[in-house]
Design a binder for this molecule. Structure first.
Ligand code: UD1
Ligand code: CA
Length: 492
């Protein structure tokens, strides 16, 4: 995107966030698919920034490392000591050329509900008015802890006062500073040089730039956010949970308006990075995380967690946990299934109840219906894996792969000791421990033959209920065989 004035975005993310009571820096806390700072950067980027700087400090390399991953084009500026938001912007500007011109947008790193449209509207208002500085403000029911917008008699901005520095009367103001601003670059640079630390925290407040400019008769603006919710910051975990619920509602509302059936929006948590197609049905208590996608006509839930997993059109996923997996069109998963990374279910495949898969491919129309572990296996098309099958993939040192062909039918309670190959159309007998390949079309049998020791219970467990039951059964069988006419007269 190109615009008349160059735009520089500065995100403030050096603070510790003491009230989070966390070893994780505040801006790295996750919120439905992105970190707090990730949300802010996404809003800033889509509003069209030529250059983005992030002021980092607290938390060592954790924040820069994260930024290198999510926003490699962003420059990080280190603020060794957190001497205030004004100080943070000052050192960011000092890292840029002195001739920097255009608009500088400053965003607190902890306002994750901010939308790109709102940043654009702020920039638009600022640039159209030709203002020296414009602050995004919001009217809120509970302004506690926030900076207040103090307006002059003519309604213009006089200054911004922090709650701790405010008078009693000023504390009653419910119009607050959202922590998002647009500045003229050159004016910002000179004014930051004039900030004092004469306040309750002994810090350089960015907000004091507004009072200084207003006093000097420079044009300063207040842009009131259309939706106050967007300006909510995050200072502790209670607020974080509140933000998460609001973002959930925003995402679910957009999905429902686009045609997704969400049966219980209060218990459906879709990350902002995930996608759900129209006519998908999302049932209760379902989380769709990361890069997951759900195609049209699929039913997901109740009680499903998808992490970086794709669900094909018309598939059904019920009471399951799936990670980094792919579920084909018309496939069926669960109830009670666990798809571990790299599980690929082709179209119409089935992974049923109490089945775990990992690094495996289940071909089109193939079924693993009950009580099985499929690890490091490739299963062809239209095959059926019997109940209680284990693909034994680990010999204690290394993992090996097994292969089952197409149209194979393996018996219940099989173990396939990898590496082993079951050919196309082959069968295996129930209870087999398969250690050698079974050729196409063969029946693999690998189990001891059964022998029955007649009368053992009555002899060796005499007097037990089992022995008594056995005795009764023998007596009634005797009667029964007397009653039935035996065609060839033999005594069987
Ligand atoms: C700030 C504003 C307040 C506004 C509120 C909105 C100031 C002085 N006050 O208050 O008017 O209502 O945001 O949420 O700006 N940071 C740094 N370096 C520092 C200090 C802070 O990078 O030296 C970063 C923090 O990591 C955070 C942001 O700046 O992302 C805001 O800092 P915070 O301490 O939360 O400011 P508030 O007291 O909430
Ligand atoms: Ca804050």
């Amino acid at each position: 995107m190109s615009q008349a004035r160059p735009r520089t975005v500065i995100v403030l993310a050096a603070g510790e966030g003491k009230r989070m009571k966390s070893s994780l820096p505040k801006v790295l806390h996750p919120l439905l698919g992105r970190t707090l700072v990730g949300h802010v950067l996404a809003a800033a980027t889509s509003a069209g920034a030529d250059r983005t700087l992030v002021v980092v400090g607290h938390g060592g390399d954790a924040v820069p490392n994260h930024l290198a991953e999510i926003a490699p084009a962003a420059q990080t500026v280190r603020q060794e000591r957190q001497n205030g938001t004004g100080h943070a912007v000052r050192i960011a500007l000092e890292s840029l050329e002195a001739s920097l011109a255009g608009t500088v947008v400053v965003l607190n790193g902890d306002v994750p509900l901010l939308r790109a449209e709102t940043v654009s509207a702020l920039i638009e208002a600022h640039e159209t008015a030709g203002a020296a500085a414009t602050v995004l403000a919001a009217s809120v029911a509970d302004p506690i802890g926030l900076g207040r917008i103090v307006r002059a008699a003519d309604g213009g901005l006089e200054r911004i006062v922090e709650e701790r520095d405010a008078s009693k009367a000023e504390r009653l103001i419910t119009e607050v500073n959202a922590g998002i601003y647009a500045f003229d670059a050159a004016t910002l640079r000179t004014t930051l040089g004039k900030l004092s630390t004469d306040n309750d925290q002994g810090e350089e407040y960015l907000t004091d730039v507004f009072g200084l400019l207003a006093a000097a008769g420079e044009p300063v603006g207040v842009h009131v956010a259309a939706n106050a919710e967007e300006t909510l910051g995050c200072n502790d975990r209670v607020e974080l949970a509140g933000l998460r619920a609001r973002l959930r509602d925003r995402i679910n509302t957009a999905l429902m308006r686009s045609g997704v059936a969400i049966l219980d929006p209060a218990t459906t948590w879709v990350d902002i990075t995930a996608s759900v197609a129209p006519d998908a049905v999302i049932d209760q208590n379902t989380q769709i995380r990361g890069t997951s996608s759900v195609a049209a006509g699929a039913t997901v839930g109740p009680d499903v967690t998808l992490v970086d997993t794709s669900v094909g059109a018309g598939a059904t996923v019920l009471r399951a946990h799936a990670v980094e997996s792919s579920i084909g069109a018309g496939a069926s998963v669960g109830p009670y299934a666990y798809l571990r990374p790299k599980s690929t279910l082709h179209d119409r495949a089935k992974v049923g109840t109490f089945v775990e898969t990992k690094n495996s491919e289940i071909g089109a129309g193939s079924k693993v219906p009950h009580l099985s572990y499929v690890g490091d296996a490739t299963i062809g098309e239209q095959s059926n894996i019997g109940a209680a099958t284990v693909f034994v993939n680990y010999d204690g040192v290394k993992k090996s792969r097994s292969v089952v062909g197409s149209h194979a039918k393996t018996g219940s309670d099989n173990t396939f000791v990898a590496p082993v190959t079951i050919g196309d159309g082959a069968y295996t007998a129930a209870g087999s421990t398969i250690t050698e390949d079974v050729p196409a079309g063969a029946l693999g049998v690998a189990r001891g033959r059964q022998r029955n020791i007649e009368g053992w219970v009555e002899r060796r467990r005499a007097g037990t209920p089992a022995a008594e039951a056995a005795g009764r059964a023998r007596a009634s069988q005797g009667e029964a065989s007397n009653e039935v006419a035996d065609p060839d007269g033999s005594d069987s």
